[in-house]
Design a protein around this ligand. Structure first.
Ligand SMILES: NC(=O)c1ccc[n+]([C@@H]2O[C@H](COP(=O)([O-])OP(=O)(O)OC[C@H]3O[C@@H](n4cnc5c(N)ncnc54)[C@H](OP(=O)(O)O)[C@@H]3O)[C@@H](O)[C@H]2O)c1
Length: 295
C-alpha cells in the first residue's frame, strides 16, 4: 500500500510520514519547505496542481492523507480569505482531483465543528461551529460527506505527542514549570488524543478503505485544568493552575468550551483501543527525564 502524506512537515503530517517510513510502507510526502527529493515533493496547495505529482505514480492503489491546513484559529479569523482558500476551496479541489484518479483520501476535521454547549458529541450530533476555523471544517465535512463518498473524514481533537515540540500542549505545560503558573480556560473540556492513535487510525482507515465520518479521540475527555493537574503530579512539581474565563484571554475569535467527543463508532467498526492519557503523560515525562539526563 502506497501512502502520500500531503503536508508532510506539519505537526501531524511529519509524525505520519516518519512513522510510515519507519514501518516500511511505501510513502511519499509533499511540503512547501524543501526542494524535491525522492521522498518529498514540493507542493503548495494554493499554487500547484496535484495532478502533476500523481501523474508520475502508476500504481493508483494509494491513500492520500491530507494534513495541509491553516490551523491557527485566530489566523483563520484575521486572514479569513487566505485561510478559506487553503482550508476549503483548494482542499475541495485537491480531494476531487485525487478521487478522480481513484485515490482514497483521509481528511482531518476538528472538534471545533461543535459549539461546545453539550459535549460528548458523536458522528450523529448536529454541528454548529462558533469560530471561522470550525466553520471551514464544518463546510468541508458537509461537502465531503455529500460529494466525495469514498473519502474518509477523521474528526480529531487536541493531539499530544511524546516529543518536545511547539504544538504539543505537554511541552507548553512543561515550559510553564519555570513560571509556576498555568493559566487555562475554565470549562474547556477536550478529548485530548495520543498522536500514535491518529497514526493507527489512518492505517486502519486505509486498510479497511473506510469512508464517511469518524471521531478519532481517546476514551475520555478532560478539562484543561484536570489534565494539567495530572501532568504536574506525574512530573512531581507544584504549579498553580489558574482557571480563567474565556474572555480573559486575548483571542481574536471565540472558542467552543465543552468539545469532548465519543469514539464509539470507530471502536465498534475496527475494535481499536485508544491509549489513555495517564499512560501518554507517563511516557512523555519519562522521555523528558531521559532527554534531560542525556544533555
Ligand atoms: N494538531 C491538532 O491537535 C489538531 C486538532 C484538530 C484537527 N487538526 C487538523 O489536523 C490537520 C493537521 O494539523 P497539524 O496540527 O499537523 O497542523 P500544522 O502543524 O499547522 O501543519 C499544517 C501543514 O499545512 C501546511 N500548509 C499550510 N498552508 C499550505 C499551503 N498553502 N500549501 C502547502 N502546505 C500548506 C503547512 O506547511 P508548512 O510546514 O510549509 O507551513 C503544514 O505542513 C489539520 O487539518 C488540522 O486542522 C489538528
Amino acid at each position: 500500500m502506497k501512502y502520500i502524506v500531503i503536508g508532510a512537515t506539519g505537526y501531524i503530517g511529519s509524525y505520519l510520514f516518519e512513522h510510515l517510513k519507519k514501518d516500511g510502507y511505501d510513502v511519499i510526502g509533499t511540503s512547501r519547505k524543501c526542494r524535491n527529493t525522492d521522498e518529498i515533493i514540493y507542493y503548495d496547495i494554493q499554487k500547484n496542481d496535484i495532478r502533476t505529482i500523481i501523474s508520475d505514480i502508476h500504481d493508483k492503489n494509494i491513500t492520500a492523507i491530507i494534513c495541509i491546513a491553516e490551523t491557527n484559529i485566530d489566523r483563520c479569523y484575521e486572514y479569513y480569505k487566505q485561510a478559506y482558500d487553503i482550508n476549503v476551496r483548494k482542499t475541495k479541489k485537491l480531494i476531487h482531483e485525487l478521487s478522480r484518479e481513484g485515490i482514497h483520501s483521509i481528511f482531518f476535521s476538528s472538534d471545533n465543528v461543535f459549539d461546545g454547549e453539550r459535549g460528548n458529541y458523536t458522528e450523529e450530533s448536529p454541528t454548529h461551529a462558533v469560530n471561522q476555523y470550525g466553520k471551514m471544517k464544518e463546510e468541508m465535512e458537509q461537502y465531503l460527506l455529500a460529494n466525495e463518498l469514498n473519502s474518509c473524514v477523521l474528526r480529531i481533537s487536541k493531539t499530544v505527542s511524546l516529543k518536545e515540540e511547539k504544538q504539543n500542549i505537554f511541552t507548553e505545560w512543561a515550559n510553564q514549570v519555570k513560571s509556576g503558573t498555568n493559566r487555562c480556560i475554565r470549562g474547556n473540556i477536550i478529548s485530548f488524543t495520543y498522536m500514535d492513535d491518529i497514526y493507527q487510525a489512518c492505517l486502519l482507515a486505509s486498510q479497511k478503505q473506510l469512508h464517511g465520518l469518524y471521531n478519532i479521540v481517546a476514551d475520555r475527555a478532560y478539562s484543561r485544568a484536570e489534565l494539567a493537574g495530572k501532568f504536574y503530579d506525574e512530573l512531581g512539581v507544584q504549579v498553580h493552575i489558574q482557571e480563567c474565563e474565556l474572555g480573559d484571554f486575548p483571542f481574536k475569535d471565540t472558542r467552543p468550551l465543552n468539545i469532548g467527543m465519543s469514539n464509539g463508532k470507530f471502536k465498534r467498526e475496527t475494535g481499536y483501543q485508544f491509549v489513555d492519557m495517564d499512560s501518554v503523560i507517563q511516557m512523555y515525562i519519562s522521555n523528558l527525564k531521559s532527554n534531560k539526563i542525556g544533555e
